[in-house]
Design a protein around this ligand. Structure first.
Ligand code: CTP
Ligand code: MG
Length: 675
């Protein structure tokens, strides 16, 4: 079984990678700072919520046993007494409520000391009727309405807390919305830039890159991998930060409220931390395998779908099915494994968290009973402990996604780091006008290493002349054509255009001067018009003129929408000859000085061939023309014919001279003549 090579590449979450990822955030610093402030605000509010409830419990709900002063001038009238809770120092008689066996009793007419002493445990159980006796004091049992009157203050307090709670909830919701929006927008902006940068970079890469990189892989970079980065910028990073802030805030608040309870809460933290660490490691490995397998699958898919014709011609469907099945199964298995890891993580953590909660409840309850802890504080801690585990779990989960993002970012950066070795000089020679003189001086060229496909090739082409290359397949004809536009750089020798080394010229000017007509015409998804202009600034008149000149208008005029007819991808609705004519029109509309044609007159019916021949003749006037043709009949009138063999020039001259030589050209000619 073939091992996926990429799996072995270790993702180094290096300083450099982090720094590079940060570069993209830089322009959005303001958003980031707003986001961070919102995260802090949200965390503070999260901490506040249980505190409010704890305070409601301790300060109001549980505060039935407060002391009332009995004063003449007070505001609360209850059963013959004017009661107050605010200025009790001014009073000399007191009252209080006692909870005894689920019933509330009102003791009045106490002196200050005895009122303080009243406590459930001091009461002797000799109550009868509605009266409870404590030492010399008697009391009355309180109805629910009585309690509402007496505890009006507490109800008001609870109402205030409820209002604050609702305000906090609203503020929290709003901050959450704002935070999500601001940060997601930042993420979208960042990946927009990355996508743009990637595409621009891919556009600038030399053809050499595309010789060795499958298109599917490049597409995956720009789509999937960028999406993984989006996740990171808009969600993961901020959630990690949010979790960290939550954890730190909780720890500080918990420690300051009650040291012992806080320590109970922390008991399970090391276990959760350890599991998080293990999980993080496993998930990182699995994620990387999945990414690689997705990329392999995509590459396979795009290759096969674009090569569908070939597959069906050779009835390879079954084998391709098996190959796909194998790749699909591998991806499935890797995903299943990740599922297993992810699915087992949560329940395990949940279990540990529940044990932690039990420990806190058990010890907290003991302390409440012992009178060391209020119920409100216990509530706060039981609430905080689940709040504490949540961000830890969240962090672990985010880590798995973060690994994905790091792996993706590494691949994206590797693509961005692909250098274009075909670079223009800092101050290139800009010619007023490229005339079209071409000279090759002892050119040696290899696509890879020193596997030379052109060996010591020298020739000159004067402006306006027509030169043809002939030779067996693989002789290096197409390679020569690619070199003129500097789509590849040569290893040895020199290529001159108008006396200047093409390495000194502006690449843009050079390429603009060359019109390439290739055998395999590429048609984009767009109108005929767009396909001719290639979205360059060319007037409609010029397009039509070029189409007429190259005889392409014959078929364009017959299309339902003429020049506005939308072509499908690859122009599959056009015939080979029509595509060829379209490409002539395209080339001519761009007004090149040098015309390069690679087997432009391939297998086309004789009527179209006449059109094409005619178009060619017209196009070639006043232009340096370099053509490759297998059919020698089409090049007999060339000014110079160069015969290639295994990367070398073996014969050179015009048709008559070469025939007279009685060499390779003569042999080829005879073969075709009598074929
Ligand atoms: N080659 C290569 N990498 C490429 C293109 C070509 O290694 N990206 C090699 C081919 O394998 C061939 C040699 O370079 O051995 C010359 O190729 P080419 O110039 O395309 O040959 P042509 O003479 O154009 O052959 P044909 O008549 O078949 O078009
Ligand atoms: Mg070729």
């Amino acid at each position: 079984m073939a091992k996926i090579v990429e799996e072995k590449i270790e993702t180094k979450v290096s300083y450099n990678l982090t720094k590079r990822l940060y570069q993209y955030i830089k322009p959005y610093k303001t958003s980031l700072i707003i986001g961070i402030i919102l995260v802090l605000a949200i965390s503070a509010m999260e901490l506040l919520k249980p505190m409010l409830i704890g305070s409601a419990i301790d300060d109001y709900i549980e505060k039935y046993d407060k002391i009332y002063g009995i004063c003449d001038n007070s505001d609360l009238y209850f059963k013959g007494h004017y009661l107050t809770v605010t200025n009790i120092e001014d009073c000399d008689r007191f009252a209080t409520i006692v909870l005894y066996q689920d019933e509330y009793y009102f003791f009045d007419d106490l002196d200050h000391n005895s009122s303080i002493m009243i406590h459930d445990s001091d009461i002797n159980d000799f109550s009868y009727d509605d009266t409870l006796y404590y030492k010399q004091y008697s009391s009355i049992r309180l109805s629910s309405d009585d309690l509402k009157i007496l505890r009006n203050d507490d109800i008001r307090g609870i109402r205030v807390i409820a209002v604050i709670y609702v305000i906090v909830l609203i503020a929290n919701a709003f901050c959450n919305f704002l935070q999500t929006y601001v940060l997601q927008k930042m993420g979208q902006n960042i990946i927009y830039n990355i996508r743009q940068q990637l595409f621009d970079h891919v556009n600038s890469l030399p053809l050499r890159f595309f010789d060795t990189h499958p298109i599917g892989q490049v597409v995956t970079r720009i789509t999937n991998d960028v999406e993984a980065l989006n996740e990171m910028y808009s969600r993961i990073l901020i959630r990690l930060f949010q979790s960290a802030v939550k954890i730190i805030g909780l720890v500080i608040v918990m420690l300051s409220i009650d040291l012992k309870m806080a320590l109970y809460c922390f008991i399970m933290v090391p276990f959760i931390g350890l599991l998080t660490y293990i999980f993080k490691n496993i998930s990182r490995r699995v994620s990387r395998v999945i990414r690689t397998r997705i990329s392999i699958l995509n590459t396979f898919l795009s290759e096969n779908i674009s090569g569908m014709r070939l597959i069906q011609i050779f009835t390879n469907e079954q084998r391709k099915y098996e190959e796909f099945k194998d790749k699909n199964t591998k991806l499935f298995k890797a995903n299943l494994y990740r599922l297993l890891v992810n699915a087992s993580f949560r329940p395990i953590i949940y279990f540990i968290a529940q044990i932690g909660l039990a420990i806190v409840l058990y010890n907290g309850a003991k302390d409440v009973i012992g009178g060391y802890l209020t119920i409100g504080t216990l509530y706060i801690f039981t609430n905080y402990i689940s709040n504490l585990y949540e961000p830890i779990q969240d962090m672990a989960e985010q880590f798995s996604t973060l690994q994905n993002a790091y792996a993706s970012s590494e691949k994206i950066f590797r693509l961005l780091d692909e250098t274009n070795d075909i670079v223009e000089k800092t101050d290139p020679v800009i010619l007023d006008n490229i005339e079209g003189n071409i000279e090759f001086k002892h050119v040696w060229f290899a696509y890879e290493n020193d596997d030379y496909v052109l060996k010591d090739v020298s020739f000159t082409i004067e402006k306006g002349k027509k030169v043809a290359f002939v030779g067996a397949t693989g002789a290096g004809k197409t390679s020569i054509l690619s070199l003129i536009g500097r789509y590849y750089d040569i290893q040895k020798g020199q290529i001159l255009v108008d006396g200047h080394d093409i390495k000194d010229l502006s690449i843009k000017q050079l390429r603009k001067a060359i019109g390439m007509v290739l055998q395999d015409v590429f048609v984009f998804n767009g109108t005929i018009y767009d396909n001719i202009t290639l979205l360059d600034d060319i007037s409609k008149e010029k397009v039509i003129e070029s189409a007429k000149f190259t005889n392409a208008d014959h078929f364009i005029e017959k299309l339902p929408n003429k020049y506005e007819e939308v072509m499908s991808e690859r122009g599959s609705t056009l015939s080979m000859g029509q595509r060829q004519l379209l490409s002539f029109a395209r080339t001519l509309a761009h007004d090149p000085k040098i015309l390069v044609m690679d087997e432009a007159t391939a297998n086309i019916d004789s009527e179209t061939e006449l059109l094409i021949q005619d178009a060619l003749e017209k196009m070639m006037t006043n232009k340096t023309t370099i053509m490759v043709a297998h059919r020698l009949s089409t090049i007999q009138h060339a000014d110079k014919i160069i015969v290639m063999h295994k990367g070398r020039i073996v014969e050179m001259g015009n048709h008559q001279e070469l025939l007279a030589l009685n060499g390779m050209y003569k042999k080829l000619y005879d073969l075709q003549l009598y074929a």
